[in-house]
Ligand binder design. Structure first.
Ligand code: FAD
Ligand code: NAP
Length: 317
């Protein structure tokens, strides 16, 4: 077991929130270290096309995009460590973090461990991830202009994504495993109103059995209605899986206040927006956010967390 030097600031996560926090903290001479986690580059590594990062109007791959963020952080001398934290003790000072082979201490910590979209768990889903199977309509919907797509899920996200997609795709099939939606009434009302356009087709009490496709991507879905043996084949180009996200917060249970598994931050009006229930521990990005979940919102909160942390550290000295 190695013991690294004591740090002023440790950032957990190498997604947009983590790298942005590292760039800001490094430029403030705080000598941050950033621990990447297993998924170096975060969720965006899984996408081939990012089109909504302002200023980058030519298509850019997720790998390239995150590599640029990495280089930007390194340029300002942030230390990047390939490691994964398995437990923390935020009740003692300095804060203590443990990985399989190392232990770290720090005066402040920025948690940017993100969230993972849930998938259906079908073998065929794995095959077409990024080639017709997406978990983000705002990110990828545009690529399906005038095409037919499906959304699976029955919560707020599924309904919002269905309504959003129906603005520019040819048809959206909304597939939900129950009769009743979990989404809020206002969204269900909007959905029912939108059904009149005949652009949205509901398949209730249905589950997806298989995703079919070829080299170009997804071509069909096989679905099955509850209590009926016969299967239905739908021809389409894309499937949006909207069945929720799981925030990466297991190691913070009993350490920090959380809500529905997400880390609670102050969201205060006068700064210190990203502080968690423990002063000195800040959180940014998807690990705090089940609503917006975008690269730019994650980066923005990573910046806020670095500024909040800088202020916290200057009050310590
Ligand atoms: P993440 O990107 O989730 O990164 C979390 C990081 O934390 C990872 O590096 C992981 O290794 C690390 N980590 C986790 N646990 C630990 C631990 N215990 N110790 C150390 N590190 C840890 N958004 C857009 O704006 N535009 C798009 O085009 C777009 N496309 C998308 C396509 C796909 C397929 C997906 C899944 C998402 C897409 N998004 C897009 C959403 C965007 O990727 C996320 O909103 C964003 O990545 C969140 O950034 P983050 O830094 O909060 O967390
Ligand atoms: P969610 O509320 O957890 O809903 C997930 C949906 O997916 C449920 O309908 C669930 O079915 C279904 N599902 C789960 N696993 C499935 C599986 N394996 N196969 C098929 N269907 C499956 O997730 P969400 O819609 O992403 O919302 C997450 C949180 O964000 C919620 O708190 C929501 O209110 C919030 N949110 C808010 C807004 C807004 O305020 N505008 C927008 C988006 C999200 P069951 O119904 O059978 O459980």
């Amino acid at each position: 077991m190695k013991f690294t030097n004591h740090n002023k600031i440790i950032i957990l996560g190498s997604g947009p929130a983590g790298y942005t926090a590292a760039i800001y903290a490094a430029r403030a001479n705080l000598n941050p270290i950033l621990i990447t986690g297993i998924n170096k580059g975060g969720q965006l590594i899984n996408t081939n096309e990012i089109e909504n990062w302002p200023g980058d109007f030519d298509k850019i791959t997720g790998i390239n995009f995150m590599d640029r963020m990495h280089k930007h952080a390194v340029k300002f001398k942030a230390k990047i460590i390939s490691d994964t934290i398995i437990s923390v003790d935020f009740h003692k000072k300095p804060f203590f973090l443990l990985s399989e082979n190392n232990q770290y201490t720090s005066d402040s910590v920025i948690i940017a461990t993100g969230a993972n979209p849930r998938y259906l768990g079908l073998k065929s889903e794995d095959e077409f991830k990024g080639r017709g199977v997406s978990t983000c309509a705002v990110c990828d919907g545009f690529f399906y202009k005038n095409k037919e797509v499906a959304v699976v899920g029955g919560g707020n996200t599924a309904i919002e994504e269905t309504l959003y997609l129906s603005n520019f795709v040819k048809k959206v099939y909304l597939i939900h495993r129950r009769e009743i939606f979990k989404a809020e009434k206002i969204l269900i009302d909007r959905l029912l109103k939108a059904l009149k356009t005949k652009k949205i087709i509901l398949y209730l009490n249905c589950t997806i059995k298989k995703i079919l496709g070829n080299q170009t991507g997804v071509t069909h879905l096989i679905i099955q209605k509850k209590d009926i043996q016969e299967k239905i084949k739908i021809s389409l180009s894309g499937l949006f899986v909207a069945i929720g996200h799981t925030p990466n917060t297991d190691i913070f249970i009993k350490q920090l206040e959380m809500q529905d598994g997400y880390i609670k931050i102050q969201r205060a009006m006068h700064g210190n927006y990203t502080q968690t229930s423990i002063p000195g521990i800040f959180a940014a990005g998807d690990v705090t956010d089940h609503v917006y979940r975008q690269a730019i919102t994650s980066s923005a909160s990573g910046c806020m967390a670095a500024l909040d942390s800088e202020r916290y550290l200057s009050n310590l000295s």
